[in-house]
Design a protein around this ligand. Structure first.
Ligand code: IDP
Ligand code: MG
Length: 139
C-alpha cells in the first residue's frame, strides 16, 4: 500500500558545510511537512545495517566511513507521493547527472558525498524511519 511518508538524511558533508538551513528551506518550500527530525551520528554498526543492501559493492567501506564521520540530520517527511517527489527534489545519485535546481545539483560534491539521502520505496521509507525514530518522536 502506498504511503505519504519518506525518510531523509542530510549527510555529514552537508552538515559540515553549513547547508542544513538551506536544504531544509528547499524541503519545506517543496511542500513536505516534517514529521520527525534530529541531529544524530551513526555508528559503524548503524551505517553497515542501514546500507546492508550495498555491502557487496566496492564503495561500501568508503560509504560507511563517510556516513559515520560526523553528525547527520535524520528526518521523516510527509507529502502526497512523498517517496517519488522527494527523489525528484534531490536529483540523481551523481550530482553531475542531477537536474538543475535539485538538492544534489546545488549542494553535493560527488557521487559518494552527495549531501542527502532519500528512501527509494514506501517499504524502505517505513523501515528507515523506524531505524532512526521511535513512535513518540513522530508527530
Ligand atoms: P541513492 O542514495 O541515490 O539511493 P544508492 O545507489 O542507493 O544511491 O547508493 C547509496 C549511497 O552510496 C549514495 O547516495 C552514495 O553516497 C553512495 N554511492 C553510490 N554509488 C557510489 C559509487 O559509485 N561510488 C561511491 N559512492 C557511491
Ligand atoms: Mg538508495
Amino acid at each position: 500500500m502506498a504511503t505519504n511518508r519518506t525518510f531523509t538524511m542530510l549527510k555529514p558533508d552537508a552538515v559540515e558545510k553549513g547547508h542544513i538551513g538551506a536544504i531544509l528551506e528547499k524541503i519545506s518550500a517543496s511542500g513536505f511537512r516534517i514529521v520527525a527530525m534530529k541531529l544524530t551520528q551513526m555508528t559503524k554498526n548503524d551505517a553497515e545495517t542501514f546500507y546492508a543492501i550495498h555491502n557487496q559493492r566496492p564503495f561500501f567501506g568508503e560509504l560507511v566511513e563517510y556516513m559515520t564521520r560526523g553528525p547527520i540530520v535524520a528526518a521523516i517527511l510527509e507529502k502526497d507521493n512523498a517517496v517519488e517527489d522527494f527523489r525528484t527534489l534531490i536529483g540523481a545519485t551523481n550530482p553531475a547527472d542531477a537536474a538543475e535546481g535539485t538538492i544534489r545539483k546545488l549542494f553535493a560534491a560527488s557521487i559518494s558525498e552527495n549531501a542527502v539521502h532519500g528512501s527509494d520505496s514506501d517499504e524502505n521509507a517505513a523501515i528507515e524511519g523506524a531505524f532512526h525514530f521511535s513512535g513518540r518522536e513522530m508527530f
